[in-house]
Design a protein around this ligand. Structure first.
Ligand code: TXE
Length: 482
């Protein structure tokens, strides 16, 4: 007797049709033998057809009354919010984040769609005085057009949501290419959007490799802009391709090597809590993770000891188990990369004071790993690891802390733990990052506020909140004589 598979199977969505491809499995990082879902792998032709469908649908979608676009976005958001539990379980099983974190992510995705539904009722242009007689001057907005959305695996629903929602709201059509590790979340999102009343072609999903399907979006003359989140190397390639192929508009959110400064006057409990969350939660797989802990000499030893104890106490286990504090890392490759950095850190002379190992029985489980005696010029402190690995760098005072914090190619998020108002104000003024936190973890952002960095972390307009409009719509300056 042959067993029939019961795992969900997700197809590509192209012009309102569900399109097959080579059938591929996705595995549970907590139990690698377990297939979570299967997906139809798109090829370049499917991507080409999706772009053509998005192109054909765009003018009509942009002309729909705002009330209709709002209703579609609101329905998508409401459906996601009604399905928090089942989507969160799927997300936790395919990506490995804790169920509680997955619930938070799904909720955030739903709220994001509803937020952009209501953003459409905000003012969409500006009126200026003309310097000429009998001339009316205004700045209107028109949609960017067809947007290629390329997303990573670490927030399988939230990142697509915060790109797709504003894109659709401002009258664009979308081709989404998610990371291949998280096609079930993307597939469910596509089903929800397809059932929302969005006309065929307005939203398309193509699940395939970056090299083939992603590349088609970068090089196609049918795509007007690319919104990308992922590694800095890939982002740089995206930028080059966008410029070479029609000077497409692009927006890049990339890596980070985010500093958390702890001053002598800090509340030690707050400092440990911020470092623990920022460094290790979500297995460190957040672009806003704190991967450099820059600690003043007077508190250094007490901080390192307390954080090592707290890290060792974290329970690493199945993300669906409510007793777990940390799930697995996403893939065997990612685990190998993390362990490689543990070796590199040791070779460079830093000292492991917590973790450094992984469970060898089953699943990609890595212990939260803390290095002391790190220097900011070590690879450990300069390269994004994207795992539960952090390092402590000792400094003498606030000036040195600010200099070390800024000494990185990246610039996404930066935090300080202090009870000094003037130190906090100086840090907010001088930190070279797009997000600055005081007495809070470097990770943890809100959907209505701009998100993005500087340097190697970002290129282009900010994402999220009202700022998203700057990427997804184009200002048009109109002069009318009368
Ligand atoms: O990212 P990639 P991956 C970082 C982190 C991680 C590393 C690799 O350091 O270890 O990136 O992760 C698509 N044309 N971040 O492999 O490769 C790809 O298919 C067009 C930081 O996931 O950059 C996927 O959909 N597209 C980050 C997306 O780009 C291409 C979150 C991201 O993949 C492409 C995740 C190409 N030639 C990882 N090549 C953050 N800052 O949040 C790949 N892609």
């Amino acid at each position: 007797m042959t067993m029939t598979t019961t795992v969900p199977y997700h197809r590509n969505l192209v012009g309102g049709e569900w399109v097959d491809g080579e059938r591929r499995p996705n595995h549970n990082p907590a139990r690698p033998g377990e297939v979570v879902s299967e997906y139809a792998r798109a090829d370049r032709d499917t991507a080409r057809t999706a772009v053509a469908a998005a192109r054909a649908a765009q003018p009509g979608w942009a002309r729909r009354p705002v009330a209709e676009r709002m209703a579609v976005l609101d329905r998508i958001g409401t459906t996601i919010l009604n399905r928090v539990e089942d989507l969160a379980v799927l997300l936790a099983r395919e990506e490995g984040k804790l169920l509680a974190e997955a619930r938070g992510e799904v909720t955030r995705a739903g709220q994001t769609f509803r937020y952009y539904a209501h953003q459409l009722l905000q003012p969409q242009g500006e009126v200026y005085a003309s310097t000429r007689e009998n001339v009316h001057a205004e700045v209107r907005r028109r949609p960017l057009g067809v947007v290629g959305v390329i997303t990573p695996w670490n927030y399988p629903l939230a990142i697509p949501a915060w790109k797709v929602a504003p894109a659709l709201a401002y009258g664009n059509t979308v081709v989404l290419k998610p990371a291949e590790l998280v096609t079930a979340s993307a597939g469910e999102l596509a089903r929800i959007i397809a059932g929302s009343g969005a006309p065929p072609g307005v939203f398309n999903l193509v699940m395939g490799s970056g090299r083939e399907v992603g590349e088609e979006l970068l090089t196609s003359s049918g795509v007007d802009g690319i919104s990308f989140t992922g590694g800095t190397g890939t982002g740089t390639h995206v930028a080059r391709q966008c410029i070479a192929h029609g000077n497409k508009r692009f927006q890049l959110e990339m890596g980070g090597k985010n500093p958390l400064v702890v001053l002598d006057d800090a509340d030690l409990e707050v400092a440990v809590r911020c470092a623990l969350d920022g460094s290790f939660f979500s297995s460190g797989q957040r672009c806003t993770a704190s991967s450099r802990l820059i600690v003043q000499a007077g508190v250094h030893d007490r901080f390192v000891e307390a954080l090592a104890v707290a890290a060792d106490a974290l329970r690493v286990g199945d993300p669906l188990d409510p007793h777990s504090d940390l799930g697995p890392v996403v893939s065997p490759d990612q685990l190998a990369q993390n362990l490689d950095y543990v070796r590199i850190g040791r070779d460079e002379g830093a000292t492991v004071v917590a973790g450094g190992t992984h469970r060898t029985d089953e699943g990609q489980f890595m212990r939260p790993t803390l290095f002391a005696d790190a220097r900011n010029d070590m690879r450990l402190a300069r390269e994004e690891i994207f795992g539960p690995v952090s390092c402590v760098i000792r400094v003498d005072d606030l000036d040195e802390a600010i200099d070390v914090a800024a000494d990185t190619p990246y610039g996404l998020s930066a935090g300080i733990v202090t009870t000094s108002l003037s130190a906090a104000e100086r840090f907010k003024r001088d930190a070279r990052a797009g997000i600055v936190t005081v007495n809070l973890p470097t990770a943890g952002t809100e959907l209505h506020l701009p998100f993005g960095g500087t340097g190697a972390s970002n290129h282009g307009p900010r994402e999220q909140g009202g700022y998203a409009r700057d990427f997804y719509s184009v200002p048009v300056t109109c002069y009318t004589g009368w």
